[in-house]
Design a protein around this ligand. Structure first.
Ligand code: 8X3
Length: 251
């Protein structure tokens, strides 16, 4: 009999996913998922003294890998209480007409379709839990559109709708759904958005104090730790210097 609840985290090999794994390790067994097995192994080694950890190596875009991984979970791991849909990223920051179609497709494939695949695979297990909870990592970009971000914003607006829709549909099963919408968080996010251009990435976070991944992990832990009758539906988190997706006060 497992005494700890089990949380599955996508995109756990860096940023918000990794910070969330670290903060949840105290109270949860963890299934950490990502594309970079070496990073997952390092995180597993780091957390091994605190909790039991299983790594799953898949790309959320790859539908059959996602379903295979979940369907073939070891028996001992077939009870999942919490799903953190964190995997997601931005590719490029360009006007819609100039943006590369491959970049736009990647954002829809990862942020929207990937989240749907993982959720469809994991929800049958979550429904069995007495404490089912899904946390979807959206973005301020899901609530507001900013220039050069049409498709990224559209992908995160889809996450917002999926959070609301899942909340309706999972009511009969007592599954809580929390939507977390961060503003500027300094992670690998901008480095990926700018395809490895460190200078452009650094510039996004220059002149103000951005959020760090742990700030978002703290909010996730807060939502998960709320009393059983309390459902934190939506959390928007900005750095102190931010007031909208496109408004950051830089010194
Ligand atoms: C990340 C935040 O403002 O760059 O989703 O879209 S933002």
């Amino acid at each position: 009999m497992n005494t700890k609840r089990t949380a599955l985290i996508t995109g756990a090999s860096s940023g918000i996913g990794m910070a969330t794994a670290k903060i949840l390790a105290k109270n949860y067994r963890l299934i950490i998922c990502g594309r970079r097995q070496n990073r997952l192994d390092e995180l597993k080694d780091l957390l091994a003294k605190e909790t039991e950890v299983l790594t799953l190596n898949f790309d959320v875009r790859d539908k059959s890998s996602v379903f295979n991984a979940i369907e073939n979970l070891p028996e001992h791991w077939k009870s999942i209480d919490v799903l953190i849909n964190n995997a997601g990223n931005a590719h490029g920051l360009a006007t819609f007409d100039a943006a590369e179609l491959d970049d736009l497709e990647a954002m829809i494939d990862i942020n929207v379709k990937g989240l749907i695949y993982v959720s469809k695979a994991v929800i049958p297990l979550i429904k069995q839990s007495e404490n089912g909870h899904i946390v979807n990592i959206s973005s301020i970009a899901g609530k507001e559109v900013y220039p050069n971000g049409a498709t990224y914003c559209a992908s995160k607006a889809a996450v917002e709708s999926l959070s609301k829709g899942m909340r309706f549909d999972l009511l009969p099963f007592g599954v809580k759904v929390t939507n977390v919408a961060p503003g500027a968080v300094e992670t690998e996010f901008s480095l990926v958005r700018f395809k490895g251009n460190q200078e452009k990435s650094d510039n996004v976070y220059a002149g103000f104090e951005p959020l760090v991944a742990e700030d978002i992990a703290d909010a996730i832990a807060y939502a998960l730790n709320a009393p059983k009758h309390v459902q934190i539906a939506d959390v928007t988190i900005f750095p102190r210097a931010q007031a909208s997706g496109a408004t950051i006060y830089k010194k």
